[in-house]
Design a protein around this ligand. Structure first.
Ligand code: R2B
Ligand code: URA
Length: 309
């Protein structure tokens, strides 16, 4: 971990018991006994929708002999489940929403691991979601190598005055390799590539079908071809922030794994049938679960991490 980047001024007092930490959007605080079983957490899995979180937790529990599933009572912002070493949490859509979820989850995990940096190093983080493919049709699964904004620069936020906070959008290569290895014998196409996180589904993804449109077919194609030529393979709305914040604390192992719903070089509207959409989104879940089983349960042995790239 990069200890110097952790907000020790606030968080160490929580560990000492000087004050509690209120994870407001999750409806729990560090002195709530509901968190006690979560001390064993080894992975945090995030997804946009609460329904997916419930399904994931149920499936992970079934794979672990029907392990008990802990649910946080508040669900009007984010849906959370914990079972068998994995904390599943929804993050909503877009970086403003997902950054709230992630910051509170990072604080929670710091508390759960009592600020022990070696224990924090062992926690794996993932976002599983959907995306628009760039040169890839629906049904592919992209494992992000780097998260960037629409201008191919990393995630950044406005700072007072005319400054900006900049973050590193790189995803750890050893984790990408291990995810791909854990899925080597599967029929699902798993593709590494750069991922753009748009701040908007329409404008910052150069769609022509928004209520507001400021692009032309030519400017849209030029942007898609430009990002494709720089190795971008999909577009979603959270990956650049996720990588930036987890890199800031120095977590060594995290990933964004997204199914493609359409090829953006061929269109803007998501016209896949409900059955196809279900299958696409299943694909990303399968890819994640194979890696989780390799990492946490020692299955799919090839997926183990640590080899040099
Ligand atoms: C992918 O899908 C959502 C928008 O439809 C957004 O959260 C994302 O990243
Ligand atoms: N999610 C996005 O953000 N963009 C797409 O095109 C599809 C899903």
């Amino acid at each position: 971990m990069k200890s110097e980047n952790i907000n020790h001024a606030f968080l160490d007092g929580v560990i000492r018991g000087d004050h509690a930490d209120v994870y407001y959007h999750f409806g729990v605080s560090s002195d709530d006994p509901i968190l006690e079983p979560l001390r064993e957490v080894r992975a945090v899995v995030m997804a946009g929708s609460g329904g997916r979180i419930k399904e994931f937790a149920e499936r992970w529990s079934q794979l672990h002999g029907g392990s008990e599933v802990v649910a946080f009572p508040k669900e009007d912002r984010f849906v959370t489940r914990y079972t068998a070493g994995v904390l599943f949490a929804s993050h909503g859509m877009g970086m403003p929403s997902a950054s709230i979820a992630l910051q509170e989850l990072m604080r929670m995990v710091f508390f759960l691991k009592r600020g022990d940096e070696a224990a924090l190093d062992d926690v794996f983080w993932a976002r599983v979601g959907t995306s628009g493919g760039v040169g890839l049709p629906g049904g592919n699964v992209v494992v992000s190598t780097e998260g960037l904004m629409a201008d191919l620069k990393p995630y950044r936020l406005l700072q007072g005055g005319d400054g900006e906070y900049w973050f590193d959008g790189t995803f750890p290569a050893s984790t990408q390799d291990a995810i791909i290895a854990a899925n080597a014998d599967s029929d699902i196409p798993v593709v590494p590539g750069k991922t753009i996180a748009g701040n908007e589904f329409f404008l910052e993804q150069y769609r022509l079908d928004g209520a507001i449109c400021m692009e032309t077919p030519e400017s849209k194609r030029a942007w898609l071809e430009w990002i494709h030529s720089h190795g971008v393979r999909n577009i979603e709305m959270e990956g650049a922030m996720l990588a930036g914040y987890l890199n800031h604390w120095g977590f060594p192992s995290f990933a964004t794994i997204c199914a493609t719903l359409l090829n953006r070089l061929e269109g803007d509207q998501v016209t896949a049938t409900p059955e196809q959409l279900h299958q696409y989104s299943e694909n990303s879940g399968v890819v994640l679960f194979r890696y989780l089983q390799a990492r946490l349960d020692g299955e799919h042995g090839e997926g183990r991490e640590g080899g040099a790239r």
